[in-house]
Design a protein around this ligand. Structure first.
Ligand code: FAD
Length: 481
């Protein structure tokens, strides 16, 4: 039986492990940390449970496809529920707006809270984004790029033109809705990729569609249930998963990966090595020198996190909540252009105990706060923790004396997880780091592959699951048992 080593048990590593084990490989996963999931880690403290990274499960299709390919039923492992309203939005001017994938309720919300004359613009924006989404995903996202020619076929060029894919998202949304609050609402989703909506290509409007069109989902028990389920399936398929086992380097002989060396010094040999390490880190630290190690990637922003055990209730908060800065332009400029921790940052909060009451003790809330801040190349978020926390306390209306604990996670912590420059969302999604230009699943070394958020097709759980599909397909093409 051929052996495959997977370095890292993030969603990408685990999905690849499941697929390769199912293809007949003997799979061994080495994970540096004490738990599976990577960015989908879990924190348990004093009776509270928090997901540490992702909280929004969108675009279910790649997950459903994974289970189908593994001959399994998703409902035997995960109970996935729709969160509706998707989230409550607090605009800087005091407007409170509930965003929902239900068109009827969204129309009502826009009419009552914003302006009824904006409804036709919302409807035609969703129609155009939906049409783009359903053509872009098969044509550009779930696609093997063997060369740049694979990006510029006549069909793809026609799509680029027809859907204006390379135009600007921020300006594009303004063609549909006039109200600045709706413009923010229908474009800020690029911040999930650590990308300013003002700098994003129109094609990233697919994120707006994924959220407003298909909805936001959640696996009961927490997002961490997702990697736990994948780890269980990988093991059912015969894979071994070793936690607390960092890999020091890939062993390469005559241009071919033949195994890995663990931090302990032990060498483990294999026919295939798949790295779930962030792509720049993999090229700079785990693989022999190549020009790719020197390439200066543009990076996404990072995230300052607060996990707060709160003795008391916050009835105005839903499962997901978004707080926009009073001056969103300034927020984006400070964050993305000046590399500063914003003066008045926009932020996001999550209370998973709204859906999973056991996530907090009775009468308490498990408040998760995500504040987009610069990565390690910008201003040091650690020096601004108190200032930012004060702003969160003020806007959410928290009482300090009820805050049982505040666990803080900074860009330095994301960096310690192997994310290059502490960028929580991997390398940026500008034109020259998207599609065929993004790091390929195949490294220059025979038998060595990359899976995860900084590779094709990109960041976010659904993209990473597709990345695992692309890798497994390429490995499968090499031959099986
Ligand atoms: C705060 C935050 C919020 C997010 N919110 C969302 C969201 O709501 N929805 C969404 O879809 N996406 C979200 N994302 C993005 C999502 O988390 C990522 O796209 C996805 O989890 C990345 O998975 P991955 O497999 O690429 O790698 P990772 O999760 O980064 O896992 C990589 C694993 O490899 C291990 N590793 C690295 N180097 C080594 C080594 N040398 N030896 C052994 N092990 C190693 C690491 O320890 C880690 O466990 C969010 C990300 C962050 C940070």
């Amino acid at each position: 039986m051929k052996r495959a080593i997977v370095v890292g048990a993030g969603v990408g590593g685990l999905a690849t492990a499941c697929r390769l084990a199912h293809q007949g490989y003997e799979v061994v996963v080495f994970e540096a940390r004490h738990q599976v999931g990577g960015r989908l880690g879990e924190l348990r403290l004093n009776g509270y449970r928090f997901d540490m990274g992702p909280t929004l499960l969108m675009m279910l299709e790649p997950l459903e496809r994974l289970f189908r390919d593994l001959n399994r039923r998703i409902e035997d492992y995960l109970e996935i529920v729709l969160i509706d309203p998707s989230y409550r939005v607090y605009f800087g001017d005091g407007t409170v707006f509930d965003s929902t994938p239900c068109v009827a309720r969204m129309v009502r919300e826009i009419s009552q809270k914003i302006d009824p004359s904006e409804v036709p613009g919302y409807l035609s924006l969703m129609a155009d984004l939906s049409a783009m989404y359903h053509t872009v995903v098969p044509a550009f996202v779930r696609k093997q790029y063997y060369s740049l020619a694979d990006l510029f076929s006549p069909y793809q060029v026609s799509l680029l033109v027809r859907h204006r894919l390379l135009s600007n998202l921020w300006r594009g949304v303004k063609r549909y809705v006039r109200d600045p609050r709706l413009q923010m609402l229908f474009s800020f989703q690029t911040m999930y990729l650590g990308l300013s909506p003002q700098d994003a290509l129109w094609v990233y409007g697919v994120l707006t569609y994924m959220e407003s069109g298909e909805g936001v989902w959640y696996p009961r028990g927490g997002m961490h249930r997702l990697p736990t389920a994948l780890a269980q399936i990988a093991q059912e398929e015969g894979a071994q998963i070793h936690l607390n086992t960092p890999v020091r380097q890939v062993v390469v002989e005559q241009g071919r990966a033949v195994g890995v060396q663990l931090a302990s010094g032990e060498v483990v040999r294999a026919d295939v090595v798949v790295l779930n390490t962030d792509a720049p880190t993999a090229y700079q630290q785990l693989l022999p020198p190549t020009p790719l190690a020197k390439r200066s990637w543009r990076n996404s922003c990072s995230a300052l996190m607060f996990y707060i055990g709160y003795r008391g209730t916050l009835p105005h908060q839903l499962h997901h909540n978004v707080y926009f800065s009073q001056d969103f332009d300034q927020n984006l400029r400070e964050l993305f252009r000046e590399g500063r921790v914003p003066t008045d940052p926009s932020f996001y909060t999550c209370l998973s105990n709204r859906t999973d009451p056991d996530d907090a003790p009775e009468g308490c809330e498990n408040l998760y706060v995500l504040v987009p801040v610069p990565n390690l190349t910008g201003e040091d978020a650690r020096a601004n923790v108190e200032r930012v926390l004060n702003r969160v306390v003020e806007r959410v209306g928290l009482e300090r004396k009820r805050m049982e604990f505040v666990q803080t996670y900074t860009p330095h912590d994301w960096g310690a997880m192997g994310l290059w420059q502490g960028a929580a969302f991997g390398i940026a999604h500008n034109f020259f780091q998207s599609t065929a230009f993004r790091p390929s699943p195949k490294t220059p070394f025979e038998g060595c592959y990359l899976v995860g958020a900084s590779t094709q097709p990109g960041n976010g759980i659904p993209m990473v699951l597709i990345s695992a599909e692309l890798v497994a397909e390429r490995v499968g093409a090499l031959g099986r048992k």
